[in-house]
Structures are given as structure tokens and as C-alpha cells.
Design a protein around this ligand. Structure first.
Ligand code: NAI
Ligand code: MG
Length: 349
């Protein structure tokens, strides 16, 4: 058995932080089947050199991989003919329907920052993002309409992922985010489909120990800022999930520590939440933690729990108490110094 991992650093600090994640995976090799890395191209740099942001060879190669790590792309702020985001295309191409984003406080010792430890699970394929929009002219002026698609199939499959994640955590609490007091048909279907997961054939009581709560999306954001510690796993349709996951990220200080995975039934891709950070790219000061945690999350999703635990523990001990920090967290250590500290702690475990 082997584990083939595609590496797509892409642009900007992706080129600095993905190598750090690669080293972290190698450091826990003893917990894994034989690891093989495949270096792949995508992104703005690739577009300017080859005319495509996502070469066909990259997609083909990924289909031979078990999983992948994606760095970050620089998307032009103006519209460029022929360019489209490779990350959006990859999610579609590989049917990565779940976006999973754990948000954890860097340190629980500051009185002003509440301890946050939650996971946002966002449906990644439908809702308003089906981009079915129409503009028509009426007697009274322009009128724009968008279709919002919610299916039982997609809501059920994201629900299953959310229940699995909740079950694996100490608090085993799942909060369904919706607005079904207003959108009773679409959000109603999402909510009912997720709620029905524990009763599906084949589940056999597996999720009986998971507590289910619900929260309207507006009050969920309010409570997220007032008392984030009440949340454990949150599951939401695409648009609410997009907003909540960015809002939750704001709670912990730096984008540089927040990992994510895009998961489907046959593939998982780790991806730090941050972008290509052109303001610090090339200086060796980018925080590698988001990418290293994304690697751990990817391994955990594949069932390599002990490997993921080792990486996460070393990362947590590096942030606090060791406080070996990059500048975004108020420290003065380099990408390499933080990475080496994490690798050293993995070695000691
Ligand atoms: P950004 O996430 O790249 O940077 C925002 C701020 O956070 C910057 O000051 C940056 O230096 C800092 N930062 C981000 N990651 C960091 C890290 N690991 N360590 C230390 N500091 C970090 O977002 P921005 O500036 O809005 O976008 C820059 C480029 O990235 C754009 O071209 C944008 O389109 C792209 N982008 C790509 C994403 C992706 O690949 N999924 C997501 C967001 C933006
Ligand atoms: Mg977003």
C-alpha cells in the first residue's frame, strides 16, 4: 500500500508554505504507508507561461493521486481573457463537495480572546453558487433573479460528513445553520435532509451520541462573535457556509493558521485558507501553520489519525507555550524556523 500526494504550491507564498507541509508529512512517515509526492503546476504563474491556469496534465495526474495539497493562487483583480481560477475548477472536476474548515484559537491564555475550537462544514456545490442568474427588463426597470438549488442528495452527503466529524470530537455537537423561518422550502429541505442522516439505512445508531442543534444564520453569526465557545461542528449550505467560515476565521487573529480541506467521496485536497499574500511573498516570513494543519486535516480525513495527531500536537506546542511565531502572530521567526521547530517536536514524540 502507498499514499500518493499531489503537491500544487501554485503562486506567491504557496511556494514557501507547501514545502513546509511536505516536510511535516515526511516527519510522520512511520505512521503512513509509503509516501510518494508528485509536483504539479497550476495558478497565475502557470497561466502566464502556458496560457492555462490548470493544465490538463495536472488534472490527469491528480486522478492518479490519493489526495493533494494546494497552496494559493494569485487571481488578477482585472478580468483576464482565458483565465479562470484553478481552485474552483478543481473542486468541480474532482467533485469535492465538502469544504471543511476548523478554526482554533492560537492561545487560550489571553483574557480578551475567547477560546475557539470549532469546525465549519460548508456544502460546496450548490445553493446560489450554481450561478443561474438572469437579468430582464420590465416596465419598471431591470430585474435580476438567481436560482438557489438545494437537493436532498447534496444536503444528505454534506450532513453525513458533518455527523462523522461531530462524532469524532469530544463534545459531539452538531449545529445546523439555516434560515428556514423565511426560506422554508430550500432551507427546509437542507435542514430536514441533515436531520434525517442518523435514521438513514446502514447508519445503525452510529450517530445516536451526536447532539443536534439548529440556529438561524443571522443569530449564528451574532453568537459566533459573542460566545464562539458554544459551537463545535457547524454545517451550512454554500452561501451561509462561505460567510460563516470567513467570519469564524476572524476570531483567531491570523489567516496564517487556518487550514481547510475540500473533500469528496474519492478525493481530498488540503488548502490553507489564505491567499498568495503578494505583500510578503518571497521574504521567507509566511506562516506555514495553515498549510501544515491542512496536511494534518487531509491525513485525518483519510483515516491516518495518529499521523494527524502528531502534527497537530507539534503545531499547537509551537504556537503556545513555545511561542515560536511568524510576524503575523506578533513573532519574529521565519517560515523555516517555525517549520523546523514543529519538525523537532514531532521527532521528540
Ligand atoms: P491573502 O490571504 O493573500 O492576504 C491577506 C493578508 O494576510 C496579507 O497581509 C497577507 O500578508 C496576510 N497573510 C495571508 N497568509 C499569510 C501567512 N500564511 N502568513 C502570514 N501572513 C499571511 O489575501 P489577499 O491579499 O486578499 O489576496 C492576495 C491574492 O491571493 C489575490 O490574488 C487573491 O485573489 C488571492 N487569494 C487566493 C485564495 C486561494 O488561493 N484560495 C484565497 C484568497 C485570496
Ligand atoms: Mg470565502
Amino acid at each position: 500500500k502507498s499514499l500518493t500526494i499531489g503537491l500544487i504550491p501554485a503562486d506567491g507564498i504557496g511556494l514557501e508554505v507547501i514545502p513546509a507541509a511536505r516536510k511535516a508529512i515526511l516527519a510522520v512517515q512511520s505512521e503512513l504507508p509509503a509516501v510518494k509526492f508528485i509536483d504539479l503546476l497550476a495558478g497565475w504563474n502557470t497561466f502566464t507561461r502556458t496560457g492555462t491556469a490548470l493544465p490538463f496534465e495536472t488534472v490527469q495526474a491528480l486522478k492518479e493521486c490519493d489526495c493533494a495539497l494546494f497552496g494559493s493562487v494569485s487571481s488578477p483583480s482585472r478580468k483576464v481573457a482565458g483565465y479562470s481560477s484553478p481552485i474552483v475548477a478543481l473542486r468541480k472536476e474532482l467533485d469535492l463537495y465538502a469544504n471543511i474548515r476548523p478554526v482554533i484559537s492560537v492561545s487560550a491564555d489571553s483574557a480578551s480572546t475567547p477560546a475557539v475550537d470549532l469546525i465549519v462544514v460548508r456544502e460546496n456545490t450548490e445553493c446560489l453558487y450554481v450561478k443561474d442568474e438572469k437579468l430582464i427588463r420590465t416596465d419598471t426597470g431591470k430585474e435580476a433573479r438567481a436560482t438557489r438549488l438545494i437537493t436532498e442528495r447534496a444536503s444528505t452527503r454534506i450532513g453525513k460528513i458533518a455527523f462523522e466529524l461531530a462524532k469524532a470530537r469530544p463534545r459531539k455537537l452538531l449545529t445546523i445553520i439555516h434560515k428556514s423561518n423565511v426560506l422554508s422550502v430550500t432551507d427546509g429541505l437542507f435542514r430536514e435532509s441533515v436531520r434525517a442522516v442518523p435514521t438513514l439505512p446502514g447508519i445503525d445508531g452510529k450517530f445516536d451520541d451526536v447532539t443536534i442543534e439548529e440556529q438561524l444564520v443571522d443569530s449564528a453569526v451574532y453568537r459566533l462573535f459573542r460566545e464562539p465557545q458554544i459551537y463545535d461542528v457547524m454545517v451550512a449550505p454554500n452561501l451561509y457556509g462561505d460567510i460563516i467560515s470567513d467570519a469564524a476565521a476572524a476570531l483567531v487573529g491570523s489567516l496564517g493558521v487556518i487550514p481547510s480541506i475540500n473533500a469528496g467521496d474519492n478525493f481530498v485536497m488540503g488548502e490553507p485558507v489564505h491567499g498568495s499574500a503578494p505583500d510578503i511573498a518571497g521574504k521567507g516570513i509566511a506562516n506555514p501553520v495553515a498549510s501544515i494543519r491542512s496536511a494534518a486535516l487531509m491525513l485525518r480525513h483519510l483515516g491516518y489519525t495518529s499521523a494527524a495527531d502528531k502534527i497537530d500536537k507539534a503545531v499547537n506546542d509551537t504556537l503556545a507555550p513555545a511561542k515560536v511565531l511568524t510576524a503575523d502572530l506578533g513573532g519574529s521567526h521565519s517560515t523555516i524556523q517555525v517549520t523546523d521547530h514543529i519538525l523537532g517536536l514531532i521527532q521528540q514524540q
